[in-house]
Design a protein around this ligand. Structure first.
Ligand code: ADP
Length: 864
């Protein structure tokens, strides 16, 4: 919520508070002191007690301590109807009570007694007792269902009393125990009873309208005496007396009213008795004024005063201006001229056929009243918890309400501070998680399980020395702190937008970019790559012998005589420099083996050369890529044949892949319909640019196979994509690019503050948000790669989303509220492959993603 809105609301809270009445049933809900202790032990009594340890004084709600047994429990209930046993609270003065709370005896699990039902009786003077009932006449209140929960019940109507009795009701003789609390506020009015003629019945257009005082708690005859009722229940009637706020009540329910015809003298006489002699300032009477239906405010009030036994002769007479325009109900204030009295007799003179009152209130001495009482509440009362501060028993001034509001404002501010702090802690946790992985020193270590490795590569095993370590190959993007949370990242985007316009999504086959033309730091130069040892593999704990690829030179990769390389043509341009097709004279002899499927001599090879102006970081990364590749040997991993590193420029010599990278290769193809598969095969053989679905899946199988190999070494590639796979003869696919150099496909990468560029459209949510790269995040990237293959790389993943939106989408994956966007099913992709394979690669929970072994098997099966 905005600050302006908050201040707006606070203003209205303050405004509302200042115009509230003294007795506003909605506000008047303070605990009166059973729990808080403001009610003394001596003011709590009972009809009987089971034992001294269950005496009345132990009947305090929420208190379960002291020398007692945890509640008040009466003697065995001989009269189960709730008429004999009671727990009595003396509030010492009149209170307006709106809510009661009850609880059973728990006693730390020792007790299990509670009152399922109970009645309430109350008294203002301690001798006349009234049984409370609701507006429909029901006296029994549903109580507790267990020994520990507090059950709160709104008293509708509220009661004005000094003494209150809780009377448990049981179906049979049994022990019941109770703890109780009363909620309300002090009744400053001082009115102990009013006496009025009982209300009349109106027949309005065939409708019975009853104006009786239905909640009057005194004696009811023709005249009501010694009680209080609707005129002091703190609520007032609607403009239209036929309607009531209270559901299912009869027409006229809100008002007490009289017909002019029954009063030959033309007035209704009311008598108000007070607790003691007071100095009266004014009286406010809430009147109906619906003159179109015959009801109108009084035209004159004559009030007589009595301090002793006799009424004083000189009345205060007040004649309000009778409103003949506005039919709205209203309070009329009758000034009482600071007269002293303990009783007031007022005669209200009719000005029409009917006179209807819903509320009467008095101002006397220090008891200050506001005119605004609350309208009758609609529906069922709410069981909101009352205010916490039991000292706020007296709701006698706006100051107290203002203090309450200030406390509320402070509470709101504290809540806002807590939320802000909580957010910061959350961010820090994310940063921590990320930094655990991100190594600023960019160390590059690689360790593998000797046994697993040597079974594939016996030639390597003897060369490795060894510290024991459980290791995982992993490459790490060092990210700045901003790279933790999408929103923070996105806030930075205007800066990027200026410097990296070229990063926008492409929707067609991407064009070759020129090397280093943007002058921005390259991926490798920006210290992007490192290999990090993972300590998280108990599988290797005993037999594992690690080998550190980067400790010392790697004797497995031999230096090839540079002069034996003959330049043929430029194949492409990478992050490190150019890649050339060369003839390597005597390579077969040099390797002492023939290259799979290639017996030509001189052998055609690809030579990747490090730019001469490359900085130290780029040089290190180049060497790292050499070290990594020298350890990998698999039919679906591009093979490093030899190196030229004794002199500059540094070169790596790899097997030549005739058809270049998979992205460009696929981009130039068209998909053949399934029906034409055979034809497509033939056309492919002829070099035609057609591809069949099965051929595409065949490519994916090869990539899965290569990844399966890498995962067997716990090697995390971190940048799997079609652009990083190469295509040889007969659609052989090999995974390449272990150095993460990018230039050609820079649009696929997202630059973080000019420091790191990231393939966000291929990255899992946890890689983006937490900097966490695992085999499971490679699986995620494989899903995207499969999608690229099946769409023939005709568009970039999420091409309709900007980089910022892709990162926002990552946030949705993190939040997992069903708002994340998935790549759509490629047209040629069967439902099964999309639902069971592709989508499973993008599961939020990394553990639920399939392994490359599973993926490989699944793809093989889908081919069968
Ligand atoms: P970078 O990853 O820095 O972009 P690469 O190693 O991918 O650099 O090489 C750039 C381009 O050179 C590739 O996109 C590909 O077209 C070509 N290329 C690289 N290695 C070979 C290879 N072994 N055989 C054929 N072409 C290659």
């Amino acid at each position: 919520m905005e600050a302006r809105q908050i201040s707006h609301h606070v203003f209205f809270i303050l405004l509302a508070a200042t115009v509230r009445s003294q007795v506003n049933p909605e506000m008047c809900r303070y605990p009166l002191g059973m729990t808080g202790g403001q009610i003394e032990d001596e003011d709590i009594s009972a009809s009987s007690q089971w034992s001294e340890s269950t005496a009345a004084r132990f009947g305090r709600l929420d208190l379960d301590n002291g020398d007692g047994d945890g509640a008040w429990c009466p003697d065995i209930m001989s009269e189960p109807d709730g008429l004999k046993e009671y727990l009595q609270v003396d509030l010492r003065s009149l209170h307006f009570i709106t809510l009661v709370g009850t609880q059973g005896r728990h006693a730390d699990g020792m007790g299990n007694e509670f009152a399922q039902r109970y009645r309430i009786k109350y008294s203002r003077d301690g001798s006349n007792w009234v049984g409370w009932h609701d507006r429909k006449g029901r006296q029994v209140i549903e109580g507790n269902r267990n020994a520990y929960d507090v059950v709160l019940k709104d008293l509708e109507p509220p009661i004005i009393a000094r003494f209150v009795r809780f009377m448990p009701v049981t179906d049979h003789s049994m022990i019941v125990c109770m703890r109780v609390e009363l909620y309300g506020c002090e009744w400053l009015d001082g009115l102990v009873s009013y006496s009025i003629p009982d209300g009349h019945q109106m027949i309005y257009r065939g409708l019975d309208v009853y104006f009786n005082d239905s909640v009057y708690d005194g004696a009811s005859a023709e005249r009501l005496t010694k009680g209080l009722g609707q005129l002091t229940d703190g609520t007032w009637g609607l403009d239209d007396f036929l309607h009531s706020h209270i559901y299912s009540m009869w027409p006229g329910y809100d008002y007490v009213g009289w017909s002019n015809k029954s009063f030959p003298k033309g007035y209704v006489e009311t008598i108000f008795e007070f607790d003691h002699v007071r100095n009266f300032t004014s009286m406010k009477v809430h009147c109906n004024n619906m003159f179109s239906r015959g009801a109108r405010m009084f035209r004159q009030a004559s009030c007589y005063f009595r301090s002793g036994s006799d009424w004083e002769a000189d009345p205060v007479i007040f004649r309000p201006t009778v409103d003949r325009q506005n039919q709205g109900a209203r309070f009329i204030t009758v000034p009482l001229g600071d007269r002293t009295a303990s009783a007031i007799k007022c005669r209200f003179h009719f000005s029409d056929l009917w006179m209807l009152f819903s509320e009467v209130a008095f101002q006397s001495g220090s008891a200050v009243y506001n005119t605004s009482l609350t309208p009758r509440k609609s529906g069922h009362p709410t069981n909101t918890l009352p205010g916490d501060d039991p000292t706020h028993k007296v709701d006698d001034s706006n100051t107290r309400i203002l203090i309450g509001c200030l406390v509320a404002i402070i509470a709101i501010l504290l809540a806002i501070i807590v939320i802000i702090l909580w957010r910061q802690v959350w961010q820090k946790m994310l940063e921590k998680a990320s930094r655990r992985i991100l190594d600023d020193e960019l160390t590059a270590r690689l360790a593998v399980q000797t046994r697993a490795f040597s079974s594939h590569h016996s030639s390597l095993s003897s060369e490795e020395g060894g510290s024991t370590s459980n290791s995982t190959y992993e490459r790490i993007f060092p990210l700045c702190a901003d790279y933790q949370e999408p929103s923070r990242l996105i806030r930075k985007l205007p800066e990027f937008a200026q410097s990296t316009e070229h990063l926008g999504p492409s929707t067609s086959c991407r064009a070759l970019a020129t090397s280093g033309s943007d002058g921005a730091p390259h991926y490798a130069e920006a210290d992007i790559i490192s290999l990090q040892e993972s300590m998280d593999s108990s599988t290797y704990s005993i037999t594992a012998v690690s080998m550190n690829l980067f400790a010392g030179t790697d004797s497995s990769m031999r230096e090839f005589p540079r002069h034996k390389l003959t330049f043929k043509e430029k194949l492409g341009e990478g992050q490190f420099g150019e890649v050339h097709l060369c003839e390597a004279e005597g390579m077969q002899d040099f390797l002492d083996e023939s290259i799979e499927g290639n017996n030509e001599s001189p052998l055609l090879v690809a030579v990747k050369t490090l730019r001469e102006d490359a900085n130290k970081n780029a040089r290190n990364d180049f060497l790292k890529e050499i070290r990594i590749m020298s350890r990998l040997r698999d039919p679906n991993i591009v093979r490093l044949l030899a190196v030229c590193v004794d002199t500059d420029p540094l070169c790596m010599i790899t097997e030549y892949m005739e058809n270049g990278d998979l992205n460009q290769f696929l981009c130039s193809l068209r998909l053949k319909e399934a029906a034409d598969e055979d034809k497509a095969e033939e056309e492919e053989k002829e070099g035609n640019s057609m591809a069949s679905y099965s051929k595409l899946i065949g490519m994916a199988v090869q990539i899965a196979s290569g990844m399966k190999y890498l995962s067997s070494l716990n090697f995390v590639h971190r940048d799997l994509a079609t652009r990083n796979c190469l295509v040889g003869k007969n659609h052989t696919i090999k995974i390449a690019d272990f150095g993460m150099s990018r230039n050609l496909y820079r649009g696929d990468y997202y630059r973080i503050q000019g420091r790191a560029v990231l393939p966000i459209r291929w990255m899992s949510w946890e890689s983006i948000l937490l900097g966490k790269f695992t085999m499971a995040s490679d699986v995620w990237a494989f899903g995207v790669t499969l999608w690229e293959i099946l769409t023939l790389c005709k568009e970039q993943p999420y091409s309709q989303l900007s980089d910022e939106q892709v990162i926002e989408n990552t946030g949705e994956f993190f939040r997992d509220q069903g708002k994340q966007v998935y790549l759509p099913k490629p047209p040629c992709c069967p439902d099964g492959v999309y639902n069971d394979l592709m989508l499973s690669c993008w599961r939020r929970n990394a553990k639920q993603r399939p392994s490359f072994h599973d993926i490989h098997t699944q793809l093989m099966e889908s081919l069968a």
